[in-house]
Ligand binder design. Structure first.
Ligand SMILES: [Zn+2]
Ligand SMILES: [Zn+2]
Length: 279
């Protein structure tokens, strides 16, 4: 069974536990490695996100930033503390980030410049927002149904299509080692009316062509009773020989390694022979 996770969060972003507590638990589970991938979400209009106030109220949260230049020293300071802390634990600890990839004018250039100056070991991509091409709208997918007062200017179908298209762009940028929760948007109840199978299969095709890995996330089991991605996409990923990795997307110590036995079973049933591993 896979005995590591590269998709985990601490209280640096929206996790409940400290880095120390997460590493302690990883050691207790007998893991020899772990990757910590706190959120890296930088968007010029992030203050408009419905979750913004809640997130910035957390004492340790570096969840949301609107300015790359202001964020850089905070992330590098964090890296310094991270690497010192990691040395105290008997396992290999990778410093990663889960990046929301945006496509409005100028974002990609700023992001590339930012990571050129950032201390990190790996990046994964996971998109959590609906946006418009100009980046003037930023809508939390997780809050989409709960908050009807969150005004939207476009149809769900258009938001979903753009969402899947930006995920494909993120994959094609070649900046990320694997894609997180490919069809996280399935948590929206109306998703079934707009399954966007063609757009999701295009993402699989991008992963295949760019030789980028994909996760099977047990967070889906906790949130919607099914893995991200769903089984038909998983089968397509296997068919296209996309390397796969199991993730727990742990936001607290008790979620580390969550239902990895079930994920192993699903991978076996899908005939997965190529697994992803950080070098
Ligand atoms: Zn995520
Ligand atoms: Zn995550």
């Amino acid at each position: 069974m896979q005995k590591f996770s590269y998709h985990t969060h601490t209280d640096f972003s929206d996790g409940s536990n400290t880095l120390e507590q997460m590493l302690q638990q990883a050691v207790a589970l007998g893991w020899q490695e772990i990757g910590v991938s706190d959120h890296l979400i930088i968007h010029k209009n992030i203050t408009q996100s419905i979750s913004y106030q809640n997130m910035v109220a957390r004492a340790h949260s570096n969840m949301y930033h609107s300015d790359f230049k202001k964020a850089l020293p905070l992330f590098n300071k964090r890296a310094e503390i991270f690497r010192k802390t990691a040395k105290n634990y008997p396992l290999k600890v990778y410093l990663g980030y889960e990046v929301d990839y945006f496509t409005y004018d100028g974002w990609q250039e700023e992001f590339k410049d930012f990571i050129n100056h950032l201390d990190y070991d790996y990046l994964i991509t996971g998109n959590h927002f609906f946006t418009n091409p100009e980046g003037t709208e930023i809508i939390d997918i997780s809050q989409f149904k709960k908050n009807p007062e969150q005004r939207t200017k476009d149809s769900l179908e258009n938001y979903l299509r753009r969402h899947y298209q930006s995920i494909a762009s993120a994959v094609e940028s070649g900046l990320f080692v694997f894609l997180a929760h490919l069809d996280y948007a399935r948590k929206i109840p109306d998703h079934q009316n707009f399954p966007m199978l063609d757009e999701r299969l295009k993402i699989v095709d991008s992963l295949h062509r760019c030789n980028i890995a994909c996760e099977i996330s047990t967070k889906g089991l906790r949130k919607i009773g099914d893995f991200f991605p769903e089984n038909n996409i998983l089968q397509e990923l296997v068919k296209q020989k996309v390397p796969l990795v199991i993730s727990d997307d742990a936001h607290k110590t008790s979620e580390l390694g969550y239902a990895f036995d079930e994920a192993e079973k699903a991978l076996k049933e899908a005939g997965c022979a190529i697994r992803y591993h950080l070098k």
